[in-house]
Structures are given as C-alpha cells and as structure tokens.
Ligand binder design. Structure first.
Ligand SMILES: [Fe+2]
Length: 300
C-alpha cells in the first residue's frame, strides 16, 4: 500500500493506511527516542484515528506507561492480570510461574468495547506485544462508525433513540474474572449510554455496544434488548468493517474505544507462549489535555 502523510496532523511522520480511514501504521518513529515534535504528531494521529499501529518498538515497562500516559490517564487494573509492580499494566499471557498464570490467558475473546461501564466516554486501549505467537492470537477491531453510517437513515434515527444499561459487576461476573463481595457489587452502579454515540474528536456517530457489560436496553424486554444488541454486533463485525491485526513481536496497537468494537482470537497454547501488555487510558479533561502532555515530555 502506498505511503502517505497524515493530512490532519503533520508531515513529520510517515504513515500508511492498513484499512482506509480506520487503521493506520506510523512507519518511522522510535517512541523512546522520538523528538518532542514527533511525539506531539504521534499524539495527534492517535487522537484522530480509530486504530494506530507502530511496529518494532523496544519498550521497557516504564516506557510502556510513558507512551500510554500520552494517550490519556492510565487506569489501574485490578481484575485483568495486574502487573505485580505497575498497576497500570495488565498482563495478557498464558505463561506460568510455579504453576500459576502470570496474567490473564484468555481475556477479551468475544466482541466488546472497553470502558462501557464508565460514565465518561473517550477511553483508549493500548497493547504492546512482547512475545507473540507466529499464528493465531490476532486482534480484531471493527469500525463501528462505518457500520452505523452504512444503515438507512431511518434505521439510524430509530437506533439513536435507544439506551443501554451497563454494569461493571455484571461484566466481571459474566466472565468469572473475580468473586465480588456484596459491598463491591453495590459500588458498581449501573451506567447508561446511548446505543449510538458521537465522537468528541470529529463528531462522527458510531455504535457503542458490547457483549459483557450489557444488562438491558431501556424500554425493551431483556430478551428483545439482547436480541437487538446481538444483531447490531453481528452487523458491525462483518468482514468489510474489520481490521485484523497480525502480531509481530514489539508491535504497539492502539485504538479508541468510541467508534470501535474489538475481539481477541485464540492460539495454540500448547505450542506457543504469548506475552502482551495492555494499558487502558481514561480521557484527559478537555482543558487539561495540553498541560498533561507537556508534563510528560521531560521524561523523554
Ligand atoms: Fe477489551
């Protein structure tokens, strides 16, 4: 595919589309040694593009957090393979030490959206592949904006009126991630989001739907609500809307949670070991975005 520069951002970084208008690869940046201007250009591309790939990055644990911290406020991970030293990092791995998994071996193997149980939208997810199986374990990311826009206008209007009730306890229990006490469960309040949300960056509308945290669709029976969400997910994840990331060691894969759904895929765990770090960032407040980025720069 032809290389190009990102129109909206900068001429500093060479990029190429992996899936036009959806997934982009930045070709010539070395994140730990990049200049301030290159990093600002990187931030801009990540903010404006649903999916960003940067290959061949050698990052220490601290540098994974440095890069993640540019994209938003790194959120501590309690339930999904927390790193023993850096609570902002989740370990996705089938490796074992003393017979125990060092992280979560099988997280996210269904179509979902991260961050549906937070009231404020705009989260970003980053994966860093340290050891990647040569086959399997692809990460799939679906373009929920393109899927929504492909529907007839009348159907779009109907769906825009609907709201989904999400709950974090529901999500954790559904996948048996942890046993929650009644006190913990009581703290995990329902959060309501529209089925269709607007990107804060470009105003584009997209589906904001998921498997795990969905409790119900307001105003519909449990059964009808679920049938609708399943139908919309199946529509959104059709092949023409999906970018399939085939992992190489040292890949960085970043996506915005508004405008996408994603899914992990299995691999032969008897044959291969996988070690991937996941970080998850909540949005900077609009006013503090520039300051937060500037504060991080001296670290580089
Ligand atoms: Fe996820």
């Amino acid at each position: 595919m032809a290389t190009s520069t990102m129109e909206a951002g900068t001429t500093l970084l060479r990029t190429r589309w992996l899936k036009p208008s959806f997934a982009i690869e930045i070709l010539d940046i070395d994140l730990p040694t990049a200049s301030k201007d290159e990093l600002l250009a990187f931030d801009d591309i990540c903010r404006r593009t649903a999916v960003v790939v940067v290959r061949n990055q050698t990052l220490s644990d601290e540098q994974v957090l440095d890069v993640s911290g540019r994209l938003g406020k790194v959120s501590a991970q309690q339930y999904t393979g927390p790193h023993p030293k850096y609570p902002g990092i989740s370990i996705l791995s089938n490796k074992k030490v003393d017979g125990k998994y060092i992280g979560t071996p099988d997280a996210g193997r269904n179509w979902h959206t991260d961050g549906t149980t937070y009231a404020k939208l705009g989260l970003t997810t980053m994966l860093y592949g340290i050891e990647c199986p040569p086959e399997g374990s692809d990460t799939l990311i679906a373009d929920a904006a393109a899927a929504f826009e492909s529907l007839p206008l009348e159907r779009q209007r109907e769906l825009e009126k609907l709201n989904v009730v999400h709950n974090r306890g529901h999500l954790i229990q559904k996948y048996n991630r942890a046993a929650l006490s009644p006190e913990e469960l009581a703290k995990m309040q329902d959060v309501i989001h529209p089925v269709v949300v607007k990107s804060a960056v470009d105003g584009r509308k997209s589906f904001f739907i998921t498997n795990g945290s969905t409790k119900s669709v307001q105003g519909m029976s449990q059964e009808d609500g679920w049938a609708l969400i399943k139908e919309l997910i199946a529509y959104t994840v059709q092949e023409q809307f999906v970018y399939r990331h085939k992992w190489q060691d040292k890949d960085v894969l970043i996506w915005n949670d508004v405008g996408t759904l994603h899914s992990a895929t299995p691999y032969d765990e008897t044959k291969y070991e996988r070690l991937v770090y996941r970080t998850w960032m909540r949005p900077f407040d609009v006013v503090s975005a520039t300051t937060a980025i500037e504060e991080l720069l001296p670290a580089h």
